[in-house]
Every structure is written in C-alpha cells, then in structure tokens.
Ligand binder design. Structure first.
Ligand SMILES: Cc1cc2nc3c(=O)[nH]c(=O)nc-3n(C[C@H](O)[C@H](O)[C@H](O)COP(=O)(O)OP(=O)(O)OC[C@H]3O[C@@H](n4cnc5c(N)ncnc54)[C@H](O)[C@@H]3O)c2cc1C
Length: 276
C-alpha cells in the first residue's frame, strides 16, 4: 500500500480547512503517494508540521473516497495547534497509514454499538461511513455520543442527517447544559443500560477519553457483551509509529502497530495504568 519510505514524511498540500468547534478543525490533504492506497477505518497518519513536530492523527473521512485525506485536529499543544492552523496550500509531512482498524469485516452480520466521547467521534466516523456505504452487511446500528456541553458536539449537521435515517439510531447526551438543551443530560456510559440490545450478537466500537472508555467497557460487560466484542481505540504518545521506539508501549502491546484499536480482552487490567 505504501510506496514512500515509512520513516520519511512525504510533503503534501493542505486542500481545505474547516472550523468544527472552538479549538477543532478538519483538514483535507492531498493523498500523495502514501495515501493513494486508501486506509482502514480506525487507522491514523503521522502528520509533520515542519520545524515543530510530528503527531498521530486518525483519519476522519470516508474510506471509499481516496482523492483527499480527511483529518480532524484539536489544537492542544505546539504541533496540533500549528497543524490545525494550516491554511490551504500550506505543506505538511505525511507518513502512513498506520495501525489496526475497527473490526469492520469481523462485525459483519452483527448489530453495532458505536460509542463516542468528544473528539472520539472523529476516529469512528470512517467506520460509520463504511457501515452506511455497506448497510446491508450489518444488523441494527446505534450511535451513542457524549460531549461536555452542546457547544462541543462535533459534526452536528451530519449527526442530524444520520438521525433522520430509518436504519440508524443516534443518541446524544451532554454532561452539562443550559435550559435551551432539550436532549439527554448525563455521561455516555449511562446510556448503555437504557438500550434494548442483544449482547451476544453485538460488536461495540468505543473511542473517547480513557476514563470514558473504561466506564463504557464496564457498562457493556455488565450488559453481557463479551470482552472480545468490545473494541477501544487507545491514544498513547508515540513517535515512530512503527513499533521500534517504545514510546507507546502499553503492557505487551505497542499502540502504534498492535493498535490503536484493541479488543477489551487485550486491555483488561491495563486501562488504569497512567502514561509517563
Ligand atoms: C493513534 C492516535 C490517534 C490520534 N488521533 C487524533 C485525532 O484524530 N485528532 C486529534 O486532534 N488528536 C489525535 N490524537 C492525539 C494527538 O496526537 C495529540 O493531541 C498530539 O500528539 C499533541 O501534540 P502537541 O505537540 O500538539 O501537544 P503536546 O504538547 O505534545 O501535548 C499537549 C497535551 O496533550 C497531551 N497529549 C499529547 N499526545 C497525546 C496523545 N497521543 N494522547 C493523549 N494525550 C496526548 C499531552 O499529555 C499534553 O497534555 C491521536 C493520538 C493517537 C495516539
């Protein structure tokens, strides 16, 4: 898939930049040689801001569209802030795609519970596009999405459009809201016990802050979903993305190459470990 040397960032141009939230932007990039082979939902690229740093950023676009690479970036530090500020025609460095994807093939025939917290919706959006592009391959599909406040809801118009589909259930909850919010209030793991679903025939894909994933996995287990059917996307600081440097080592896993998507049976007992 990759024609570029895996260590060498390929210069590609930013094609467009769209503000999503106060500190979050979606960039579309030229695919270059690296991106021409496509990607799997759940994979990520290493994006290099020249002179600042290189960071892992998940794909957030439709995997069936390979003419542009779509990444949604929250500005939290030097590299992500510079990346998010990149204007069309700016050049960034690209290495990838890296990592494991969501279990799209293994989940065929099953019901899907897609559970996102905050920016975690971005790495799950390619999985949602894939499901909608191949709707007949999956059973019931439910998206649970939680954010801190209504102002933090990512891809709002798209969520509304998905919610209008007859075969896709979208449930949104916020931690705190003013009196103008008429939706649900509460944390996203609390939605799990309110759903009627068949735990033996459900695959869950979860992405969000680690604490949210920990409580969500626990709620799913309580509901009877097997650990092997619960998949989480782990975010750990990483540098090489190739399983050499050890920055992202998490127990016996390297998040960059064994993950970022890992099933809960491989993560059990590790989720409470702090990153140093
Ligand atoms: C596989 C993977 C996919 C990712 N996908 C996205 C994405 O789609 N969009 C996006 O905005 N961000 C994503 N991230 C997180 C992104 O890589 C970090 O925000 C970025 O590395 C921060 O770099 P910085 O130089 O801007 O800030 P730094 O100064 O390095 O860090 C700023 C703050 O963010 C924390 N931080 C740094 N790296 C990470 C990390 N990997 N995970 C959690 N906290 C971190 C630091 O501890 C610090 O508190 C992903 C991370 C991984 C590992």
């Amino acid at each position: 898939m990759r024609s570029q040397h895996v260590w060498l960032p390929e210069p590609v141009r930013v094609l467009s930049r769209k503000q999503e939230l106060e500190t979050t932007w979606t960039l579309e990039l030229e695919p270059g040689q690296s991106g021409k082979g496509g990607f799997l939902p759940g994979q990520f690229n290493m994006l290099y801001v020249f002179g600042v740093g290189e960071i892992p950023i998940s794909f957030s676009g439709d995997p069936s569209q390979t003419e542009r690479l779509v990444h949604t970036v929250r500005a939290v530090g030097p590299a992500s802030s510079q990346l998010a500020a990149s204007r069309p025609m700016a050049t960034v460095g690209l290495r990838g795609p890296f990592g494991t994807g969501w279990p799209m093939a293994a989940a065929e025939g099953s019901d899907l519970l897609i559970i996102a917290g905050g920016l975690g919706l971005a790495p799950l959006r390619p999985a949602i596009y894939h499901v909608l592009n191949n709707r007949e391959r999956y059973g019931r599909v439910v998206l649970l999405y939680g954010t801190r406040s209504p102002d933090d809801i990512l891809f709002r118009e798209q969520l509304e459009a998905w919610n209008r589909l007859s075969d896709f259930d979208v449930h949104i909850t916020v931690d705190h809201a003013g009196s103008d919010w008429t939706g649900k209030v509460g944390v996203v793991p609390a939605l799990v016990p309110t759903l009627a679903f068949d735990p033996e025939d459900t695959v869950a894909m979860v992405c969000g802050p680690e604490i949210m994933m920990r409580f969500t996995a626990s709620a799913l287990r309580d509901a009877g979903v097997d650990d092997e059917s619960i998949y989480l996307s782990m975010e750990r600081n990483m540098k090489c993305a190739l399983g050499h440097c050890g920055h992202c080592q998490f127990g016996s896993n390297f998040v960059c190459k064994d993950g970022p998507v890992l099933s809960f049976d491989r993560l059990r007992g590790l989720l409470s470990l702090k990153e140093f």
